[in-house]
Design a protein around this ligand. Structure first.
Ligand code: NOJ
Ligand code: CA
Length: 712
């Protein structure tokens, strides 16, 4: 058994403090400071500071329960416990190979003064880069099974911060980001994610999604999210635009309740990450540290990888997921009539397998292989899909044998069309089928309104569903990539077969809707990706004229698509374009062939949300480094120091750069590739086009590289 949790040093100092109702309890780690106290009404209140700056001003905590009095006041402090931890653990995969988990913990034990004298504990952990806290409902006579009608946790901000936000939709995160002041948030219309058409909602629904990224006027970066979202609804944030107070807005269930809870129970952690450097936000491991260690004893079957797929051709309308046009008109012998445009046919899949095999890509995703696609979308109907019945032109046995002979794996696709209960019934059957045919990964999907009861994608029931799926896939040694689930909260630490989620607006929006603005990918790592990896599907090389709509285009240069393999971290990365589009640019495709998906080390070199990001990563178990730099709609010149390279060693850098006249709109596919010798003293000057980027691979030099020039 491989030990994935290595505790190098762990120190626990317990001190039980006697009740001091009027004295604040304090904890701190370097510049981050926490204060907790009960106010005159016995209401729990916390505050967070960075140095002498208020990050969260004194803010309320607690709950209201259904059919019950408030659970946010009349508390007295029974005791508090202080302890601290400093340990190192190793993730199964990740941006770095070992993670330091260092925090000071305070647990406050509270009791209500009046009968039934209910108990509530609040657990705070203060890290160098922020604060996490969660509520614990201990086992107690007065609180056995209860319904939470509201969480009252608030985050009183110290000013009208610049905020990068998407609306608090209960069912999707697939929005463009808006950058505005807090005060402007509920003055702006909400938009429907897929049409981008503005829709007004009732003011009490004004909420924003987390992770929420903010920047204060005096240069503090603040990120609010949650960790370890288990058996509870997602927390969105209701915005008060005049007081700059954010309040937890739990996603309701189908009848308006928030959470059904049995004591003892611990809520997810509420997280506040803070620094005066934007790069620290991206480098933070606080959310992972707040999650439980891996539950998978032997993770040897879990492997990061790149994949191609029968996918973009359907997204762009070149082929279809469905096999026939009309499920109700059958041939004389009662069969579906083929439409001639079905993408997942055996011959076509073999083309992708050949391309993957020739280029060292480990996986081939095939969507539209199983019956049901004639009738899947927007019908709010159960039992649409079978997950074990291929269409007649998809020969699963032959393709499995073919893939194995070519050294690649097929990746399963289970689109549930949001029929989640039905999926639970079919899971074992589906995963047995995958084991039988050698599929080691599955991409799930939840497009539409959740059936049968109209639960929300981000509500408690679905949160538990996604976890049932990751547990069950783990039982079958299957890796999981979930599309349309609740946004991640670091549970990939606990379930390392949960490789990625979508839960955000992916590259696919460039095939429909309004696409993604050039700044989109400079915001996503500060927002959606704070909770975990995203299956963003980068690597589109044909930037224009890939659909029948002449105005449609990807809102980046080709080179920026390469840089996304570094800046949009995921252990599973798709090379999303069609093989024929790659074949026209095999020199640029070399970067995708070379780039790693698992890392020993990551250096966030520079970053500003909404503007630019430059990251360097060292491939696991090698001396190779890869750098990705991206910009928004503005061009950008930057200088990257390679001081992280080993001293006294020579390397070869292959620089994939936007051509001098490249521009995401006018000339997106123009690039140049150069190669130089470099060392730890080298400073690379990079020129990023408007909507552009730079991608660099760096490998130790060999005898063959003798003739190369040194970079100057
Ligand atoms: C939406 C997913 O994001 C996309 O990747 C998939 O192709 C479609 N649903 C169909 O399942
Ligand atoms: Ca910008």
């Amino acid at each position: 058994m491989k030990k994935i949790f290595i505790c190098l040093f762990s120190l626990l100092i317990f001190s039980h403090v006697r009740a001091q109702n009027d004295q604040p309890i304090r904890a701190g780690m370097n510049r981050v400071k926490l204060e907790f106290m009960l106010d005159g009404e016995g209401k729990p209140v916390y505050a967070v500071y960075y140095g002498d700056k208020a990050v969260i001003k004194p803010s309320a905590m607690g709950f209201t329960l259904a059919n019950d009095s408030a659970f946010d006041k009349h508390f007295i402090l029974i005791s508090s416990e202080h302890s601290s931890v400093d340990e190192i653990w190793k993730p199964v995969w990740g941006e770095v190979s070992s993670i330091r988990n260092r925090y000071e913990q305070v647990i406050v034990h509270l009791k209500q003064k009046n009968s039934p004298n209910r108990l509530l504990n609040i657990i705070f952990r203060v890290f160098e880069d922020g604060v996490g806290f969660r509520y614990e409902f201990p086992k107690q006579p007065g609180l056995k099974y209860f319904v939470v009608s509201n969480e009252l946790t608030s985050f009183s901000l110290a000013g009208d911060h610049k905020t990068f936000w998407i609306p608090g939709d209960y069912d999707t995160n697939e929005y463009q980001y808006t950058t505005s002041k807090i005060s402007e948030i509920d003055n702006l219309p909400m938009v429907n994610a897929s049409t981008d058409i503005a829709v007004r909602v009732a003011p009490d629904r004004y909420a924003v999604q987390t992770p929420l990224m903010m920047k204060t006027a005096d240069g503090l970066y603040i990120n609010i999210h949650e960790a370890a979202l288990v058996n509870f609804p997602a927390m969105q944030l209701h915005v008060d635009n005049s007081t700059y107070k954010l309040t937890a807005n739990l996603v309701p269930d189908a009848v308006g309740n928030k959470a059904y809870v049995h004591a003892p129970f611990k809520t997810p952690w509420r997280t506040i990450i803070v620094s005066d450097k934007a790069t620290d936000i991206l480098a933070s491991k606080m959310i992972l540290n707040l999650n439980d260690p891996s539950k998978i004893q032997d993770p040897s079957w879990i492997k990061p990888m790149k994949f191609v797929g029968v996918w973009w051709e359907m997204q762009t309308g070149k082929s279809t997921w469905s096999y026939s046009n009309d499920p109700d008109t059958l041939s004389a012998d009662g069969k579906l009539i083929p439409n001639g445009t079905h993408g997942a046919n055996t011959a076509n899949v073999k083309k992708y397998i050949d391309f993957a095999s020739a280029n060292g890509i480990q996986g081939v995703l095939v969507e539209g292989w199983n019956v049901g696609w004639e009738d899947w979308f927007g019908n709010w109907k159960e039992n649409v899909f079978s997950f074990v019945t291929p269409y007649p032109d998809f020969d699963v046995k032959e393709l499995t044998t073919y893939a194995v002979s070519k050294g690649v794996h097929l990746i399963m696709h289970n689109e549930t069309s949001a029929s989640a209960t039905d999926y639970e019934r079919q899971m074992d059957t589906s995963y047995r089928f995958m084991n039988k045919y050698g599929y080691t990964s599955v991409k799930t999907g939840y497009v539409g309104k959740i059936i049968p009861r109209g639960e929300h994608h981000d509500g408690q029931w679905m949160v538990n569903h996604y976890i049932r799926v990751v547990q069950k896939t783990a039982d079958y040694h299957i890796m999981l990539d979930s599309h349309e689930p609740v946004r991640p909260t670091g549970l990939q630490r606990t379930y390392p077969n949960w490789m990625a989620c979508e839960s955000g607006r992916g590259n696919e929006y460039n095939a429909f809707g309004q696409g993604n603005k050039p700044e989109h990918e400079t915001i996503m790592p500060f927002t959606r990706l704070m909770g975990g990896p995203m299956d963003y599907t980068p690597g589109i090389f044909k930037i224009k004229n890939y659909t029948s709509d002449p105005d449609r285009q990807v809102h980046t240069t080709l080179v920026k698509q390469l840089a996304l393999y570094i800046t949009m971290y995921s252990p599973v990365e798709m090379a999303a374009d069609l093989p024929e589009n790659y074949e026209k640019h095999m020199d640029a495709f070399q970067f995708i062939k070379d780039v790693a998906t698992d890392w020993d080390d990551t250096k966030v070199l520079e970053a500003e949300p909404g503007d630019y990001i430059t990251i360097a990563r060292k491939a696991k178990g090698t001396s190779d480094w890869f750098i990705g730099a991206i910009t928004d709609e503005n061009n950008r010149n930057t200088s990257v120091s390679l001081s992280f390279l080993d001293k006294d060693k020579k390397y070869v850098a292959t620089i994939y750069a936007d051509a001098d006249d490249a521009d995401w709109k006018q000339n997106p596919e123009a690039y140049k590739i150069t190669k130089y010798l470099v060392n730890e003293g080298t400073k690379l000057n990079l020129k990023l086009a408007k909507g552009g980027g730079a991608a660099i691979s760096i490998k130790p030099a060999t005898a063959e590289d003798k003739g190369l020039k040194f970079y100057k």
